[in-house]
Design a protein around this ligand. Structure first.
Ligand code: ADP
Ligand code: MG
Length: 157
């Protein structure tokens, strides 16, 4: 699925839809340059889960957990993993009862879960606030996740 976004509010609106249809055990990998909007998107996803707590970038902590929504949210940023991901113990989160959102998740390589939804955010060189979103499902569970997202977006338009 492709989507064009004009400003941060629209990013948050789509993200909120994504959060509202997430299921336990779903994983979202966020790809895109620094400043593309991965953390902004995670804030919207959190809102969609019913989390109203401030979402802070977990760049230095690798992971932050939020337990007050419809599902637990495990927000990870693996930009700084230098020595690989094998000693981070992330599987326990991927196999867990919540939604995992992983900024720079592609860096996990072989430690990526088998089934995940990839959201790539691309900046527009001509316009500071425009973005292109590409959402791709890898695996059966994320295909179902993606169809719930598409359905909800259709209902809205
Ligand atoms: P990342 O986590 O990918 O490094 P952030 O979400 O922290 O990026 O930062 C994105 C920045 O770009 C924010 O300052 C945000 O306000 C700005 N921005 C401008 N337009 C958009 C948009 N359409 N979607 C998301 N963020 C946007
Ligand atoms: Mg970030």
């Amino acid at each position: 699925m492709d989507s064009r976004i004009n400003n941060p509010k629209e990013t948050e609106a789509i993200a909120k839809i994504i959060g509202s249809v997430a299921d336990q055990g779903d994983t979202i990998i966020l790809s895109g340059d620094l400043g593309a909007g991965k953390t902004t998107m995670t804030k919207g996803i959190a809102l969609g889960l019913g989390i109203d707590q401030m979402i802070k970038s977990p760049t230095y902590t690798i992971i932050r957990e939020y337990q007050q929504g419809r599902l637990p949210l495990y927000h990870m940023d693996v930009y700084r993993i230098e020595n690989g991901a094998d000693d981070l113990g992330l599987e326990e989160y991927f196999e867990g009862d919540g939604l995992c959102v992983v900024e720079w998740g592609k860096l996990l390589g072989e430690f990526l879960p088998a089934d995940y939804l990839d959201i790539t955010i691309e900046k527009d060189p001509e316009d500071m606030e425009k973005r292109k979103l590409l959402i791709q499902a890898f695996g059966e569970k994320s295909e179902q996740f993606l169809s719930r997202i598409e359905q909800k977006m259709e209902e809205r338009t």
